[in-house]
Design a protein around this ligand. Structure first.
Ligand code: ATP
Length: 617
């Protein structure tokens, strides 16, 4: 693992100042489109409330002016005649109350619609992310950058898109308010308006610029944040804590966690200080313009060019204008993070998916079995091939065992056969047709598989079996049959809820199983695939006791009459029973034959077999 300092900063694409200024809006339209697709009604409601909440403050200020002027007129009238026209004054107060009520209503409407949209949108984005995940290849999952995009997209799916929409709408609302204040102010003096606008511009530009910088900083540091997330998982998850405790890894990992934070924090601090200093200095310019215009209004009132009512209105406009301005700055400040999230989300969602072209549901010569013809494979990014020159033929009813040292390519061969990867050389045929021409679903229906690293689903026992055949996911009779063959029947019967016992520790009442018991569950899961005539077993009994192992292989021989079985095992006692044995070394076939012929040849197989047999003597 490299230190957090070691990641080179990628070259930044040259961006024009304008593009960088507009950068905070780069995903607004997409977020808006997403919200629109989620609920048109709520989006329209949101827009309407934004408009109302944007315009009405200016209307309130204008009515404020009418009130004060009406009061002054009524006072003069009262002094001259002794009479009061109550309605002439109070109607404005009533109108103002109405406007304020409408503002409150619009704001409530905004927050209600926002929380409804948050729930809907979170669900929608999560489903989009998971649906996409289903279409991706194993290769994509194994790519760390890509995996990073996926996890980050998932983590913040429910808040970010709406956050961006809310801030964009909030910005629009404040912009509308500012524009309507401008309409009032322009009657006083277009110059005053111009001075105010010019005064506010620098702080806006600096805010947008620093937001862009923060955006790039966040993107660049993604590998470190990912490492931090990983360390959190290792330090605080039940499946790793056992080993972390016993090896005393906590201080070491925690130190690494801290040092990543320190690097990131130093950068954050630099940017934050720069951003706030500039924000303050440029903000001063705005404040200066603001109070200059204010003083001007006061002076004009004193000399009688403005009425008291007008002065009250401008006073309000100034106060609220200032509020709208600082709210806009805050919104812009928060938008970069939302943008970051959305850029990540869309990069993930737009990841090209390898096209599945195959359509065959039946091979050209049914009954021909599996053929590898000069198959070679190199993992993406790897320098040397994991497999090369593999040719073999396995007929229905036959069994094939793969033997070889760790890393020799056995599991890779299985991944190719199950089409998790495609060969980079040669081809694999099933019933006379290239695997690439097969419809993926039809192909996978024919294969029952148990991998070395099978999944321990935190679900019911029965569902853990049912996962092997989605069509029979809830079928209890089939669960029982599969469990019987996979030797899981007895211990399941002893569990408190039988087949309905929750497994794993994540959920209340969940039971943990031993390694061998889990393996029996996985084996039973492979047996769920009744229609499968290809059975792939990658170390299926490594964790089982000797009696269970013997029973498993006895069952195999009995049931695999018209099936093809491919077995990977390091135990020669089980390998020897296979019809054909392939000894793989460094991705190539070293020897092949049945047990007797390989023993007679006295090569690698015979040597290893004798070595193991000796161990048992
Ligand atoms: N996802 C992967 N990406 C890149 N290289 C891989 C990947 N999986 C395996 N390899 C490499 O391919 C080679 C073959 O690995 P494979 O898993 O097929 O070995 P194996 O024979 O099944 O070993 P074992 O007996 O330990 O299970 C190894 O050198 C391994 O490092």
């Amino acid at each position: 693992m490299s230190s957090p300092h070691a990641h080179p900063r990628p070259a930044e694409p040259p961006e024009s100042r304008l593009a960088s200024f507009l950068g905070v809006f780069r995903y607004s339209h997409r977020a808006l489109a997403l919200v629109w697709q989620t609920s048109r009604l709520l989006t329209l409601g949101l827009a309407l409330c934004t408009l109302v909440a944007g315009i009405l403050p200016a209307v309130a200020a204008w009515i404020g002016q009418l009130i004060v002027d009406a009061v002054v007129a009524a006072m003069e009238h009262h002094e001259a005649t002794g009479q009061v026209d109550w309605w002439g004054v109070l109607r404005y107060v009533l109108a103002e109350a109405g406007v304020i009520t409408a503002i409150a209503l619009a704001q409530r409407g905004l927050s209600a619609q926002q929380s409804l949209l948050r729930a809907l949108l979170g669900q929608k984005v999560n489903v989009m992310i998971l649906e996409k995940a289903g279409t991706l290849s194993l290769e994509q999952f194994e790519d760390s950058e890509f995996y990073d995009k996926l996890t980050r997209a998932r983590r913040e799916a429910s808040i970010r898109p709406l956050g961006l929409v809310n801030k964009t709408f909030g910005l629009a609302q404040n912009a509308i308010s500012l524009a309507s204040f401008g309409v009032l102010l322009v009657q006083f003096s277009p110059w005053a308006l111009l001075v105010l606008m010019i005064g506010a511009l620098p702080v806006f530009i600096s805010e947008a610029k620093f937001s862009g910088d923060a955006f790039r900083l966040f993107r660049w540091r993604s590998p470190q944040t990912r490492m931090q997330m990983y360390l959190e998982t290792v330090l605080a998850r039940e499946d790793s804590i056992k080993e972390v405790k016993l090896f005393g890894l906590e201080p070491l990992l925690l130190e690494r966690y801290r040092s990543i934070f320190d690097t990131l924090y130093a950068e954050d601090r630099r940017l934050t200080l720069k951003r706030e200093t500039w924000g303050f200095l440029l903000g001063l310019l705005g404040t200066l313009a603001f109070y200059g215009a204010y003083a001007w209004v006061v002076a004009e009132t004193v000399t009688g060019r403005l009425t008291l009512g007008e002065m009250t209105m401008y006073l309000m406009v100034f106060k609220q204008g200032q509020g709208a301005l600082s709210a806009s700055l805050t919104a812009i400040g928060g938008m970069y993070e939302d943008n970051l999230y959305l850029s990540n989300l869309y990069e993930y969602l737009e990841q090209p998916v390898p096209a599945e072209q195959g359509t065959l549901t039946k091979g050209a010569s049914p009954g021909d079995g599996i053929r590898f013809e000069g198959v070679g494979f190199t993992y993406p990014g790897a320098e040397s091939p994991a497999l090369s020159g593999i040719s073999l033929h396995l007929e229905p009813g036959g069994s094939l065992a793969l033997v070889g040292a760790n890393g020799s390519g056995k599991t890779t061969l299985i991944k190719l056969l199950t089409r998790l990867y495609e060969p980079t050389k040669g081809r694999i045929l099933l019933d006379g047709s290239d695997l690439r021409d097969w419809e993926v679903l039809a192909l996978r229906r024919r294969i029952g598989v148990i991998f070395q690293d099978f999944v321990r689903y935190q679900m019911k026992v029965g569902e853990n079996l049912g996962a092997g055949d989605v069509a029979a996911f809830e079928d209890e009779a089939r669960w029982r049959e599969a469990a019987r063959r996979g030797l899981a029947e007895d211990f399941i019967a002893d569990m408190p809820g039988g087949y309905h016992t929750q497994l794993g520790r994540w959920f209340k009442g969940g039971q943990e199983l031993s390694g061998g018991q889990w393996q029996k569950i996985a084996l039973s899961r492979a047996y769920m695939r009744e229609g499968a005539d290809i059975l792939v077993l990658d170390e299926p009994t490594a964790a089982m006791d000797a009696a269970a192992e013997a029973a498993v292989y006895a069952d195999f021989r009995e049931h695999s009459l018209d099936r093809m079985t491919i077995l990977i095992s390091h135990r020669f006692s089980t390998v020897r029973a296979a019809d054909w044995i392939l000894v793989i070394d460094g991705g190539e076939i070293l020897e092949q034959g049945h047990h007797e012929s390989l023993m007679a040849a006295n090569g690698r197989y015979a040597r290893l077999f004798r070595l193991q047999a000796k161990g048992y003597e």
